[in-house]
Design a protein around this ligand. Structure first.
Ligand code: GAL
Ligand code: CA
Length: 338
């Protein structure tokens, strides 16, 4: 009889533990999220997304651990292994290399842990279909380029003096950010396409594609371009993010040159540059809502619920299993609203 009680006692003690190991701890609301940022050096990811992930995690009562992948995919792969060993309930991952999603998806799948990829979309065909518990939270990358392009076309038309050499052609330089990154690729195409769609010819004087969205990079490239043989011909500066735009503004100021200049992200500093007339526009990359959607989906997935249950997020129906937060144009007319 005593043996029976002891066995029963041991079983009773093990039941809740079994729940923990199966990730079912999430059922009582104690969700643990293993997250990363591809690089803490990135203005937007570190300045907008990370603080909101931390703040919103508290608001909705989930535990989140956020590590710095330092721009190294191999480091991120190891960090995911550590999270899996620790037994997190769900992974929220910001890829370093958008072409390496499959490695992470396979790890999550093998461990049976749901996975939310955020801000950097997987570029490998079939990656999202490879696991029923992987989702994406980000934007529609093309939309940022389209909005930026439309702003530039409207301003170009309204300012005939921007066509310095009067040839009717836009001589531009473009800071791309990161080759292979869906945002960088789409912004590069669609911002320029807005001109050609409007019947305005373009001439690309220079394009810089280094894998770095940074201010230092923007400064160095812009400074070099201004002293290049085509330096005096530049009529427009297109930046695929605000971080690089800030650097380009510094270089322009140092050279005492004023050129129309556009960014993407709508960081606080960009709003200030617009107020100061040093930037002509940017596009709100809504990191706050991307962070919230990431955590809402992560929490639901960890609790075994429909990922959008009880939220206003809507999943794409095209097989990408994505929540896409809209971009918004930010101009000298409306920047005060942001
Ligand atoms: C983009 C953002 C860039 C940079 C990049 C990193 O969405 O506009 O500033 O943060 O993500 O992947
Ligand atoms: Ca021209």
């Amino acid at each position: 009889m005593r043996k029976f009680f002891l066995t029963a006692l041991v079983i009773m003690m093990l039941i809740p533990l079994a729940g923990v190991f199966a990730g079912a701890a999430a059922e009582d609301g104690a969700v643990t999220i293993g997250a990363n940022i591809y690089s803490f050096q990135d203005n937007f990811m570190n300045g907008v997304i990370k603080p909101e992930l931390e703040r919103y995690a508290e608001e909705i009562g989930v535990e989140i651990d956020i590590v710095d992948s330092e721009g190294q995919q191999a480091k991120l792969n190891d960090q995911v292994d550590v999270y899996i060993t620790k037994g997190v309930d769900v992974l929220a991952i910001n890829l370093v290399d958008p072409a390496s999603a499959m490695t992470i998806i396979e790890k999550a799948k093998k461990a049976g842990i749901p996975l939310i990829l955020f801000n950097k979309e997987a570029t490998e065909a079939g990656a999202m279909a490879a696991y029923d518990k992987v989702w994406y939270v980000g934007t529609n990358s093309a939309e940022s380029g389209i909005i930026q392009g439309e702003m530039m076309v409207a301003d170009w038309k309204a300012n005939p003096d921007w066509d310095k050499n009067g040839d009717g052609v836009v001589q531009y330089v473009l800071l791309k950010g990161e080759p292979g990154h869906p945002d960088a690729e789409a912004r590069t195409i669609y911002s320029v396409k807005a001109f050609t769609d409007a019947g305005i010819a373009v001439d690309e004087l220079a394009l810089e594609a280094d894998p770095n969205w940074s201010t230092t990079h923007g400064n160095d490239k812009m400074a070099a371009w201004l002293t290049a043989s085509f330096g005096k011909d530049i009529e427009l500066v297109i930046c695929n993010n605000d971080g690089m735009a800030f650097g380009a503004i510094n270089a322009l100021k140092a050279a005492n040159v004023k050129l129309p200049l556009y960014g993407v992200d709508a960081l606080t500093q960009a709003l200030q540059h617009i107020a100061d007339g040093e930037m002509n526009g940017t596009v709100l990359n809504d990191g706050v809502n991307q962070a919230r959607a990431t955590l809402d989906l992560a929490k639901n997935a960890a609790m075994g619920k429909d990922v959008t249950a009880g939220t206003s997020w809507v999943l794409d129906t095209d097989g990408t299993k994505a929540v896409r937060v809209p971009y918004v144009a930010v101009t000298p007319d409306n920047y005060q609203d942001f």
